[in-house]
Design a binder for this molecule. Structure first.
Ligand SMILES: C[S@@+](CC[C@H](N)C(=O)[O-])C[C@H]1O[C@@H](n2cnc3c(N)ncnc32)[C@H](O)[C@@H]1O
Length: 314
């Protein structure tokens, strides 16, 4: 990258290649660390493991063996683990796929595709999918079509034709404190409006502000049940449904209602949303607006909520 390119990418708020560091996670799969966002792309326990536990299992793709078609949106494609693991399941089962992706930066996927460990994780069909996204921003095969819109997801979402709705939306942005622009009340509302009647939005985040925004957007919020429940008082993420579906298709207890403690978390200052009415706010502006709203709010503090519930449950 020339110094001119570097300055340009900085001006656009894009991380430069030198700001991405390759990491190997504990399950052997490749990940990246972003110096720009000061965060890893995946948890240290494994990029593939995370895609499986936080997105693949909660999606319950077996449901689409009956309808034989699926439309899904991957928000923050990154190295493509979430969509890649979905396609490994869907393609051999000949399910008609309508895929869309949003991602600001090509470099994570470009770096990954140059790496043998990454390539060895995927079938030739999925490698072809990734390569098509880089070279043509499009993909098609007998069973599906895909389009990736490179750029800021806040602006690009509205370029997806309005007649397209999604059975699944995977939201895998950097954490709310690091990337609040993709967790704002407005952006989450826009995503919610893109869900099909039985659609679900899946995210690893269990933050009170995100859950409160999703609920305000008219969705039914459920906990993603942790795989090892005894290890945590908390859920493993959030599944937000367009329709109330507590029992339907939950035979494996993948999700559950919020506990009284988690419900009460939504009454605290932590539930104040990130706001971005122009869809162009900077990280700093979004945080400042939220901080002001928290200072003016009469909601209870997270500390008093913790004191109450942690003394109750020990
Ligand atoms: C946690 S990583 C995603 C990991 C990814 N799902 C995977 O499986 O590798 C977050 C991603 O969000 C992207 N991103 C950051 N800001 C964005 C924005 N405003 N619009 C679209 N993508 C953005 C980053 O480039 C990064 O690839």
């Amino acid at each position: 990258m020339t110094s001119k390119d570097f300055r340009k990418s900085k001006q656009q708020g894009l991380p430069s290649e030198s700001e991405l560091k390759i990491l190997k996670t504990q399950d052997g799969s490749l990940s990246l660390y972003s110096n720009y966002f000061k965060e890893s792309f995946h948890s240290a326990t494994g990029a593939l493991k995370e895609a499986n536990e936080k997105f693949f299992i909660p999606a319950q793709l077996e449901r689409f063996l009956i309808t034989k078609k699926i439309s899904f949106l991957d928000v923050c494609v990154g190295l493509g683990y979430n969509s890649g693991s979905f396609l490994e399941y869907l393609l051999p089962r000949k399910i008609d796929i309508n895929w869309w992706g949003l991602e600001i930066d090509k470099k994570p996927l470009e770096i990954a595709l140059k790496n043998d460990i990454f390539r060895s994780n995927w079938s030739p069909e999925v490698i072809n999918f990734f390569e098509s996204l880089i070279t043509r921003a499009q993909w098609e095969n007998k069973f599906g079509t895909g389009n990736i819109l490179w750029g800021d997801a806040r602006a690009k979402l509205s370029e997806i034709p309005t007649n397209i709705t999604f059975d699944l939306i995977l939201l895998d942005a950097f954490s709310p404190p690091k990337c609040p622009q993709l967790w704002s009340d407005e952006f989450l509302n826009s995503l919610a409006r893109r869900l099909s009647p039985h659609g679900r939005l899946i995210t690893y985040s269990r933050a009170a502000s995100i859950r409160a925004s999703l609920r305000r957007a008219g969705l039914y919020i459920r906990n993603l049940t942790p795989l090892k429940k005894s290890n945590t008082k908390w859920s493993a993420g959030t599944i937000a449904f367009k329709k109330n579906q507590l029992k339907a298709s939950n035979t494996q207890n993948i999700y559950e209602t919020l506990s009284p403690m988690e419900e009460d978390h939504l009454n605290t200052l932590a539930a104040i949303p990130y706001r971005d009415p122009t869809a162009k706010g900077s990280i700093k502006e979004i945080h400042e607006t939220r901080k002001k709203e928290q200072q003016q709010s009469s909601m209870k503090t997270t500390a008093s909520w913790k004191d109450f519930w942690f003394s109750k449950i020990g």
